[in-house]
Design a protein around this ligand. Structure first.
Ligand SMILES: *Cc1c(COP(=O)(O)O)cnc(C)c1O
Length: 363
């Protein structure tokens, strides 16, 4: 069998090896069913069980109360940039905190749908920080306050939810979904494409509070109306069956290996600290992007002070089987994406390479 390397890709991203093995072992025929998950009807009892288990796992991990629905959609987080304002504006203004590239894209789509106001935008410092707590005046009449809990490209993460008064939070949690606990009651809607932390590309999880569904307008396409997906239990049309199956396996793995989001968060913080400690210890050699108060436990962004050494660094990492470390062009340098499924051993190996590389080059 081909050897696996440590994959630091921002997404689609690393999946737990146990999950891949399980999917492989069941691919030909689901146990006691005799049909592959790639062939099974979404109306079958066997798939109904998989769907129910994926939902139950997510409910258990987040401790979701009865008045929150879990649905599985397609179209990625990008479609949620549009579906959120389409369904939830209800004649009011959607307010946005823009702390990175994805938030900016969410605003661009929202503007096509209705009144949109940017409460804060960190573009001036190339999205290296969060707003100060007194910098955001959310209007009490706003339809919602949208924020991106973790900006995947800049590596900027909210340590806690932003203040929004009584206004429901809407969160693009794509790149830190099921990586830590959240204060669920503050949220009206949470969405996350699966391919960062929860599964393969092709399925997007949406968690929506029941009372917000009353805002959905009647005069829109059925596929874009959250109510249809809630009413039909994610089977309004054929759902992404394989993706939902893998989300079930990933959440099974999380519950078995970590047991809770508190423990998962503890492990994620410990992994991230391995890298931030090296960056801080060699701060003239490795330049951080995100400010320490908001640096991400999922995407660690840094550059080399001596930019000309960049190819050499990537080669040194690749020689240890550490791949997909190149940063996004808008930030430059490197980005190590260390989602739930990235083993500590992989992060340790990267920290070692960083230390050795700095020592070799007088950093
Ligand atoms: C990856 C990502 C997206 C885009 O997701 P798609 O599934 O490609 O639409 C949106 N927001 C954040 C925070 C992301 O990390």
């Amino acid at each position: 069998m081909t050897e696996r390397v440590y994959n630091f890709s921002p997404g689609p991203a690393v999946l737990p090896e146990d999950v891949l093995r399980r999917a492989q072992s069941e691919l030909l025929a689901l146990p006691d069913v005799g049909i592959s998950v790639l062939e099974i009807s979404h109306r079958s009892a066997a798939f109904g069980e998989i769907l129910a288990a994926a939902k139950a796992n997510l409910r258990r991990l987040y401790g979701l109360p009865e008045n929150y629905h879990v649905i599985f959609l397609q179209g990625g987080s990008r479609l949620q940039f549009s579906m959120v304002p389409m369904n939830l504006l209800d004649g009011r203004t959607g307010e946005y905190l823009v702390t990175g590239s994805w938030g900016k894209k969410a605003v661009a789509e929202a503007k096509r749908e209705g009144p949109t106001r940017v409460v804060w935008d960190g573009g001036e410092t190339n999205y290296d920080r969060l707003p100060a707590s007194d910098a955001c005046e959310v209007s009490p009449e706003a339809a919602y306050l949208h924020f991106t809990s973790n900006e995947t490209i800049q590596g900027v993460q909210f340590p806690v939810e932003p203040a929004s008064g009584e206004v429901p939070l809407v969160c693009d949690a794509s790149s830190d979904f099921i990586s830590r606990p959240i204060d669920v009651a503050r949220y009206g809607l949470i969405y996350a494409c699966a391919q960062k932390n929860a599964g393969p590309a092709g399925v997007t999880v949406v968690i929506v509070r029941d009372d917000l569904l009353a805002r959905c307008p009647d005069n829109q396409a059925g596929m874009l109306d959250y109510r249809n997906h809630v009413k039909e239990d994610s089977c309004y049309n054929t759902p992404p069956v394989f993706g939902i199956y893998v989300v079930k396996l990933v959440t099974d793995w999380l519950l078995e290996s970590a047991g809770s989001l508190e423990e998962m968060a503890r492990r994620n913080r410990a992994k991230a600290a391995l890298l931030y400690d090296v960056i801080d210890a060699h701060s003239d050699f490795y330049l951080r992007h995100a400010q320490p108060a908001c640096r991400s436990a999922m995407n660690v962004t840094f550059r080399l002070a001596r930019e000309e050494l960049q190819p050499e660094f990537l080669a040194a990492a690749a020689a240890r089987k550490l791949v997909e470390l190149k940063g996004h062009r808008s930030v430059g340098g490197f980005r190590a994406s260390i989602y739930n499924a990235m083993p500590t051993a992989g992060v340790k190996a990267l920290a070692d390479v960083m230390r050795e590389f700095a020592a070799q080059h007088g950093g």
